[in-house]
Design a protein around this ligand. Structure first.
Ligand code: G1P
Length: 289
C-alpha cells in the first residue's frame, strides 16, 4: 500500500501567538518569505504525497486562499512584467491537490484526524502537524514513508528530549528494532513526572493505518479533556505492530515563541538569497550583544 494522502490539522486557535494571531491564522506567520504552512505542504509534496487534506475551522480561509490561484493578482503581476513572481505564485497554487474538511468542534487532535475519515478512506496516510518544522536533507515525511514501505504498519516520529520536557509531548516506550527505529510498547500523552522513564517524544509526523479511525471514534477525552491521537495510537499498538522512528534532521517548534525565532534563524541561514549576508550579521550580533 502506498501513502498518497496527508492530513494537516490547521484548526487550532494559536493562542500562544496572540495578538499576532488575532486576525490571521498562526499557520500564516512567516519564516523569512513564506508562511509556515507552505513549508509543511512543500515537505508533503517532496515526499510524494498527491493530496493534502486540511482540517480547518472558522477564520482559516487565508490558508486556503494562499494555495489557490488568484486571477486578479496574476493579471496585475503580468501587466507589471513581474513574470518571475507570477510564476512563483502559480507554482504555489499548482503544488498539490488540496481538500478542506471542517472540524465541527474543538475536541482535540484525535477528533481533528477523525474528521477526515471519509476523505482519507480505507488507506494508510501521513499526518503532518503545522507547529513542527523539520530542516533535513531528506524530508522527514519521506523518511517515514520509506520505513512504511518496509513495515506496512503505523509509525510515529520521535526525538529525544530532556526529562523535564517530557510533560509537553506524547511519550513512547519501546524496544530497539534497528538503528533509528523502535517497536512501540506503550505511549502516554503529556505524562506527569514519574509516569514514564522514557525520553522519546512524539514529533508531529505520523504514518497511520486506516484502522485508527474506528479507534478514534471510541476514544474518550483524555489529557486536557481532549480526544487524544496518542490514546487511540496506544490502542492500535495493542492490536498490531507500531514503530517509533528517530528521524534525521532538526525540528523546530514553530508554535512556541523561542522555537519560532530559532526556525527563522535556521531557515534564514539556508535561504539562497540571504544566506551569506545573514550569517555575517548573526556573527556580529553574537559578538556585540
Ligand atoms: C501534539 C501531540 C503530542 C505530540 C506533539 C508534537 O501535542 O498530542 O503527542 O508530542 O503534538 O508536537 P500539541 O503540541 O499539539 O499539544
Amino acid at each position: 500500500m502506498n501513502i498518497r494522502k496527508a492530513v494537516i490539522p490547521v484548526a487550532g486557535l494559536g493562542t500562544r501567538f496572540l495578538p499576532a494571531t488575532k486576525a490571521i491564522p498562526k499557520e500564516m506567520l512567516t519564516i523569512v518569505d513564506r508562511p509556515t504552512i507552505q513549508y509543511i505542504v512543500e515537505e508533503a509534496v517532496a515526499s510524494g504525497i498527491e493530496q493534502v487534506i486540511f482540517v480547518t475551522s472558522e477564520g482559516k480561509s487565508a490558508i486556503e486562499n494562499h494555495f489557490d490561484y488568484d486571477f486578479a493578482l496574476d493579471t496585475v503581476l503580468h501587466m507589471k512584467k513581474k513574470e518571475n513572481l507570477a510564476e512563483e505564485l502559480n507554482h504555489i497554487s499548482n503544488l498539490i491537490d488540496i481538500v478542506s474538511v471542517r472540524q465541527k468542534k474543538p475536541l482535540g487532535l484525535g477528533h481533528a484526524i477523525w474528521s477526515t475519515r471519509n476523505v482519507v478512506g480505507n488507506e494508510p496516510f501521513a499526518v503532518l502537524l503545522g507547529d513542527d518544522l523539520v530542516l533535513s536533507d531528506e524530508p522527514c515525511c519521506r523518511q517515514m514513508i520509506s520505513l512504511f514501505d518496509d513495515v506496512q504498519e503505523s509509525i510515529v516520529a520521535i526525538q529525544r528530549v530532556p526529562r523535564d520536557q517530557t510533560k509537553s509531548y506524547g511519550i513512547v516506550e519501546g524496544k530497539p528494532y534497528d538503528e533509528r527505529t523502535y517497536t512501540v510498547d506503550r505511549m502516554v500523552e503529556k505524562p506527569a513526572p514519574g509516569v514514564t522513564d522514557s525520553d522519546m517524544a512524539i514529533i508531529g509526523r505520523y504514518i497511520l493505518r486506516p484502522e485508527i479511525f474506528s479507534l478514534l471514534e471510541e476514544t474518550e477525552p483524555g489529557h486536557g479533556g481532549e480526544i487524544q491521537l496518542t490514546d487511540a495510537l496506544l490502542k492500535l499498538s495493542r492490536q498490531r505492530a507500531m514503530y517509533a522512528y528517530e528521524f534525521q534532521g532538526t525540528r523546530f517548534d514553530a508554535g512556541d515563541k523561542l522555537g519560532y525565532l530559532k526556525a527563522i534563524i535556521a531557515f534564514g541561514l539556508r535561504h539562497p538569497e540571504l544566506g551569506k549576508e545573514f550569517r555575517k550579521h548573526i556573527k556580529q550580533v553574537a559578538e556585540n550583544f
